[in-house]
Design a protein around this ligand. Structure first.
Ligand code: MG
Ligand code: ZN
Length: 166
């Protein structure tokens, strides 16, 4: 008998790091800004036994308008900041497509997490999705778990606290 684990499925841009509202693209180190309450909130989730999973849409990643290296540099710097604070994401799922691509993995579709959900014993009553967009809310609906809203570029810790998660 395996015990079930609770998971926090977390959006990245606008939820954990600042998302510029002109380009919606974090493609340089200069643009990387971990939001207030992000590290504090992630540490609290970890301490409460949540597995951390990142689920993010990155429109056109790997194309000329968003070269992979431009994504990776701030992304890795973000992960380094998290790691230095003792925070580890079990998995990081990225949809690199655009809405025109009609892929199966772009949030709110569940394509990014379907295998993960099938392969892990997940406590669905305690798990949740947290994000700043309707697509995050709909992802939670499509997975069948709770949704914790956070306003774009606001305080992640406060959003969790407000929802009674921590
Ligand atoms: Mg977002
Ligand atoms: Zn996709």
């Amino acid at each position: 008998m395996t015990s079930k684990k609770k998971y926090a499925f977390l959006d990245r841009d606008g939820t954990l790091i600042f998302e510029p509202q002109d380009t919606f693209q974090i493609d340089s180190l200069e643009k990387l800004q971990v939001l207030e309450g992000a590290i504090q909130g992630l540490i609290e989730l970890k301490n409460q036994g949540y597995g951390l999973v990142m689920v993010t849409n990155q429109d056109g990643l790997g194309t000329q308008s968003f070269p992979a290296a431009d994504f990776e540099i701030p992304h890795q710097a973000m992960l380094k900041q998290f790691k230095d604070a003792g925070i580890h994401f079990e998995r990081i799922f990225i949809c690199p497509h655009t809405s025109q691509d009609h892929c199966a993995c772009r949030k709110p579709k569940t394509g990014l997490v379907d295998s993960f959900l099938a392969e892990h014993s997940i406590d669905r009553t305690a798990s949740f999705v947290c994000g700043d967009r309707d697509s995050d809310r709909q992802l939670a609906d499509n997975i069948g778990i709770e949704f914790i809203p956070t306003a774009t570029n606001s305080n992640f810790y406060e959003a969790l606290k407000h929802a009674g998660i921590i």
